[in-house]
Design a protein around this ligand. Structure first.
Ligand code: A2P
Length: 261
């Protein structure tokens, strides 16, 4: 193993399997790693001939946390996740400590209401941002919409949301300012539908008892999901007059694809 690879090695501390297709895990955090909640890093395992097999993963834990959490799909024939899903506490993980990404507060102009819109594993960066005091200092209201095919796939997000109010650091800040709207699209559940359809039809605003639609004056949005979802959601936000932002030029909404593989 070459020197660069050795210095990037971290250790798995905890693994939770949510469904047969989804799991989360924690790894040790390099002392030198600084990141902004919502960013992603490259992580992976040693591959054939010592060449690392790396993929981009959103960090799901907040910037202040001692360990790093990741949330992943298990792709049966995926080069990395077919192996990564079998990691256990004590196993080594490669982590390249160069965090980047656009789902960060710096890429948004100040606003009143923050929307976090996720499909599938796109919830991961929001698991980080929701546990960061900056989110609650910056906004009066935070609305989280998470759509998955089945109810079981909502479990990780639900657990993060449910733990917020008793979080010693931010529980008091959250109060009644968090509005959570989970839906399924391919299994019957109390709330169903695609996020795009729910927002375009106005049903989401009625169900959440929130004023709608979104406006550039009041609303800021973070979008993280499949390419098709990101594309359709961006189009809807632009129709409402919101402008896409970036680290270089903060705007009203930011988009990033949920990482898979
Ligand atoms: P649907 O089941 O109606 O396709 P996936 O597992 O394929 O990544 O999808 C995750 C969730 O994202 C599903 O609930 C899926 O709904 C939804 N989704 C996929 N594409 C879009 C899109 N273009 N607009 C809104 N929601 C979408």
């Amino acid at each position: 193993m070459n020197q660069a690879l050795r210095t990037d090695l971290q250790t798995v501390t905890e693994v939770t399997h949510w469904t047969d297709q989804l799991f989360s895990f924690r790894v040790t955090r390099p002392r030198s790693l600084r990141f902004r909640s919502g960013e992603f890093v490259m992580i992976g395992l040693p591959g054939a001939e010592g060449k690392p097999l790396l993929r981009a993963y959103s960090i799901a834990s907040p910037a202040w946390d001692d360990t790093l959490e990741f949330y992943s799909i298990k792709v049966p024939d995926g080069p990395l996740t077919s192996r990564l899903q079998h990691v256990r506490p004590g196993d080594p993980i490669i982590l390249r400590p160069k965090p980047v990404g656009t789902l960060v507060h710096d890429a948004l102009r100040p606003g009143w209401r923050l929307w976090m819109l996720a499909t599938g594993t796109g919830f991961a960066p929001f698991a980080s941002l929701l546990r960061d005091p900056e989110t609650w200092e910056g906004y009066g209201r935070v609305v989280v919409m998470h759509a998955c095919r089945t109810a079981a796939e909502l479990a990780y997000g639900r657990q993060v949301i449910c733990a917020l109010k008793s979080d010693p650091l931010i529980g008091a800040m959250v109060g009644d300012r968090l509005h959570y709207h989970p839906t399924t699209t391919r299994e019957t559940s109390p709330r169903m539908g695609r996020i795009t359809d729910l927002l375009a039809s106005g049903r989401a605003f009625a169900e959440l008892r929130q004023p709608g639609p979104l406006t550039a004056e009041t609303d800021r949005v973070m979008v993280c999901g499949s390419l098709a979802f990101n594309r359709d959601m961006s189009a809807l936000l632009k129709d409402w007059g919101l402008q896409e932002g970036s680290n270089a030029q903060p705007g009203d909404f930011v988009v990033e694809k949920a990482f898979v593989g």
